[in-house]
Design a protein around this ligand. Structure first.
Ligand SMILES: Cc1cc2nc3c(=O)[nH]c(=O)nc-3n(C[C@H](O)[C@H](O)[C@H](O)COP(=O)(O)OP(=O)(O)OC[C@H]3O[C@@H](n4cnc5c(N)ncnc54)[C@H](O)[C@@H]3O)c2cc1C
Length: 399
């Protein structure tokens, strides 16, 4: 059986490695549009932007490891179409690559704003090249505007501020991240900007970028203007599904829809994992597309198990972390699926925890800041079906 994996970031690369670890000996081909050997994304908005840090990124796969695992890695090859009936994908050169099993792992790209840009100094942050360009731009000590106060925007703002630059974050919502964390916790977590001297402008819609060749600022719909020499747009990610258009696969604006076992209904030899896979989550009880590093790796392990006829590892709650201004924010579960039932600490104190419960008052999600022990405590209580009292009664001192 031959396995073709399209997209060689964390989901695709980890699938190939896990297949070999599980004893799969058939041909594995990994196709990736970028020219770089596969690298990890979380450092792109953290260490790689820090002053004095060696601009080097951890690799997910090296030529040596690929040779050792006998992986056929094709870099700089963009897949443009899928013909599921003939079991082939078509590349940008018109070459066809056939498969017996196909793993779709093309992830997502940075979403852009529906306003014209084209100005030098307006960036997004998704790839190694994006991060390298931003690192170079930061060295010129620009005034920085960040559009979007989600994780990527907040991490970039933090990196720029830690270099001593003037930073303004422009956010459309009244409370950053409120759809994910709720108003109360969203307000608390985003207070980290003001505490570190970053200006946060909320309920602000970008009307246009100012400047002729090079950006000079951001004009807001209410008439205000934010002066800036460097603008980073961090307004989320769009799944890379364009190459699947016309393939007959269940694809929409949200991603590729698959089953709990990552299979595409009606296409038994095709699987989808990672940032573009919309899947009924066995623990959350809803269909979800999860854009977290840990989930991409877990899904890779699971699909490699399924492809080798083994039982996949037990499902896990989504987990994501974000490093901002020296604080580590960790989220387990989906806070938006529960009610906020407990909060302690604050960003100003340097430690914080919020616990969300289901209708039976059982903890189903947690946000914690600088408190790694709280994550372990939450997981333990969640696994054994403990109550909120069990959880918040436990000693979880701040780190
Ligand atoms: C800057 C940044 C920081 C992050 N920090 C964190 C963090 O701190 N914690 C956390 O949990 N998560 C973080 N994430 C999210 C995490 O990195 C993603 O969830 C993860 O990368 C998803 O992996 P993936 O393989 O599904 O998709 P992607 O990483 O998007 O990879 C998809 C790959 O497919 C390739 N591709 C796309 N289309 C084609 C095509 N048509 N043909 C061939 N190849 C194609 C792309 O080039 C890409 O290499 C961060 C993401 C970014 C961008």
């Amino acid at each position: 059986m031959s396995i073709l994996i399209v997209g060689a970031s964390v989901a695709g690369t980890r699938t190939a490695i896990a297949l070999r670890q599980r004893g799969f000996t058939g041909p594995i081909t990994l196709v990736e549009s970028e020219e770089h050997w596969p690298y990890d994304k979380p450092p792109l908005s953290k260490d790689l932007l820090a002053e004095g840090h060696t601009p080097d990124v951890p690799r997910l796969l090296t030529p040596e490891l690929a040779a050792e695992l006998d992986l056929d890695v094709r870099l700089g090859v963009h897949v443009t179409a899928l013909d599921a009936a003939r079991q082939v994908v078509v590349t940008h050169t018109g070459e066809e690559i056939s498969y017996e099993r196909l793993v779709i792992a093309t992830g997502a790209r940075a979403r852009t704003l529906p306003v014209p840009s084209g100005l030098t100094g307006v960036h997004t942050l998704r790839t190694l090249d994006d991060s390298t360009a931003l690192r170079d731009a930061l060295a010129g000590k620009p005034r920085v505007a960040v559009v979007g106060a989600g994780f990527i925007g907040a991490e970039f703002a933090s990196a720029a501020r830690l270099r001593g630059l003037d930073v303004t974050v422009i956010e459309a919502l009244a409370v950053p991240m409120s759809p994910i964390l709720g108003d109360d916790v969203g307000r608390e977590v985003s207070s980290v900007h003001a505490l570190n001297g970053t200006e946060l402008v909320t309920e602000a819609r970008v009307e246009r970028f100012l400047g002729s060749a090079r950006v000079e600022g951001v004009a807001l719909a209410d008439g205000r203007a934010v002066p800036a020499d460097l603008v980073v747009v961090g307004v989320g990610a769009t799944p890379n599904t364009h190459w699947l258009e016309g393939s007959g696969l269940p694809v929409d604006h949200d991603g590729v829809h698959c089953t709990e076992r990552y299979e595409i209904p009606g296409f038994p030899s095709i699987f989808a994992i990672g940032d573009l896979a919309v899947r009924p989550h066995p623990l959350l009880g809803v269909r979800a597309r999860i854009e977290h590093w840990t989930s991409a790796g877990e899904q890779a392990d699971a699909v490699a198990s399924i492809l080798t006829g083994a039982e996949p590892p037990a499902p896990q709650l989504p987990y994501v972390w974000s490093d901002q201004y020296g604080s580590r924010i960790q989220i387990v579960g989906r806070p938006s699926l529960g009610e906020l039932a407990h909060r302690e600490g604050s960003m100003a104190e340097g430690h914080f925890r919020a616990v969300y419960v289901d209708t039976d008052d059982n903890p189903i999600a947690q946000v914690s800041v600088n408190n790694a022990k709280a994550v372990a405590a939450f997981r333990k209580i969640y696994r054994r079906g403990g109550s909120l009292t069990d959880l918040v009664g436990e000693q979880t001192p701040a780190r």
